[in-house]
Design a protein around this ligand. Structure first.
Ligand code: CP
Ligand code: NVA
Length: 313
């Protein structure tokens, strides 16, 4: 019998056909865990090993994946690139081929999306993107779950992202297009999401009945939004541009004034970590409309759904 092709999760687009089942699976796993019967009885990934290579810092992604792997009965091997021969010049390509002989999947946080794709192309096991410079698909999946739990639907909602057109913004834009949410990104000139991705999202959106708008005016974009979303102004790897970025993005702060323009029942989202007083104010992130910790919690449940989808067969 022909072996089924391995699945990777490099872009949220890779989950296009699986999105409804991933969200249902995450919701079910969450419910079971809350009822205390989730991980205790069933260990569907027993005897599987998952390598985790993180080139950059992480709290949520690392911990939620490690706990998810443990709950599913598998073992997590956290590999610091500096401790691997990778740190002494062994190629990523050889590393991927070798790891494929030992483990059943790789969770990889990379600086460069080209490295992510290279690892996936050389590995015979699934590679999961734990963030790179182009996308953060695992975050987008948890965000979709959070939004669906609150509004009971995704299609037709208006999601406005303010700030940097970065990895988190890109995955959210594509996820919105896939699920029929109207998406607007308000960024400074020159910090828009890459044109090829917004064009791609717009082409998907024509099929799902949503709109993709890339604008420079945060107030117009926030008007009547159901969801206001922001992320850091200085992503990991951009530290050299800190001073310049912290000036450029000031008009894009998610504060009470901006929130006042959104729908009365709008929710506030942030993937975290937040830089309070910069991209978001304390009163907004700690306010009644904020769901940032629900988002963080949902990372655990959606990571589990991703692991089962990719490795649980
Ligand atoms: N949101 C997110 O991915 O957080 P970490 O960088 O802490 O993993
Ligand atoms: N855009 C941020 C997201 C962190 C979760 C970064 O890449 O640093």
């Amino acid at each position: 019998m022909k072996k089924a092709a391995k699945k990777d999760f490099i872009s949220i687009i890779d989950a296009t056909r699986s999105l409804p089942s991933l969200l249902n699976s995450a919701a079910r796993l969450k419910k079971e865990l809350k009822q205390g019967k989730g991980h205790l009885n069933i260990r569907p990934l027993k005897h599987k090993q998952i390598a985790m290579i993180f080139e950059k810092s992480s709290t949520r992604t690392r911990v939620s994946f490690e706990v998810a792997i443990h709950h599913l009965g598998a073992d997590a091997l956290y590999l610091n690139p500096g401790d691997l021969q990778l740190g002494r010049g062994e190629t990523l390509s050889d590393t991927g081929r070798v790891l494929s002989k030992y483990v059943n999947g790789i969770v990889y946080r990379a600086y460069d999306n080209r490295m992510m794709k290279e690892l996936a192309s050389v590995s015979s096991i699934p590679v999961i993107n734990a963030l790179d410079d182009v996308e953060h698909p695992c975050q987008a999946l948890a965000d979709l779950l959070t939004i669906k739990e609150i509004f009971g639907k995704l299609r037709g909602l208006r999601l406005t992202y303010v700030g940097d057109g970065n990895n988190v913004c890109n995955s959210l834009m594509l996820a919105s297009a896939l699920t029929g949410m109207h998406f607007a990104a308000a960024t400074p000139k020159g910090r828009e999401p890459p044109h090829r991705l917004s064009e791609y999202a717009a082409s998907i959106a024509t099929g799902t009945g949503s709109r993709i708008e890339i604008v420079n005016d945060p107030k117009a974009a926030a008007n009547k939004a159901n969801i206001l979303y922001t992320d850091v102004w200085v992503s990991m790897g951009q530290e050299a541009q800190k001073e310049e970025r912290e000036k450029l993005f000031v008009p894009y702060q998610l504060n009470k004034q901006l929130l006042g323009l959104a729908d009365r029942k709008a929710i506030v989202m942030h993937c975290l970590p937040a830089h309070r007083g910069l991209e978001i104010t304390d009163d907004v992130i700690d306010g009644d409309q904020s769901v940032v910790f629900e988002q963080a919690e949902n990372r655990l449940h959606t990571e589990k759904a991703v692991l089962l989808w990719q490795i649980g067969h």
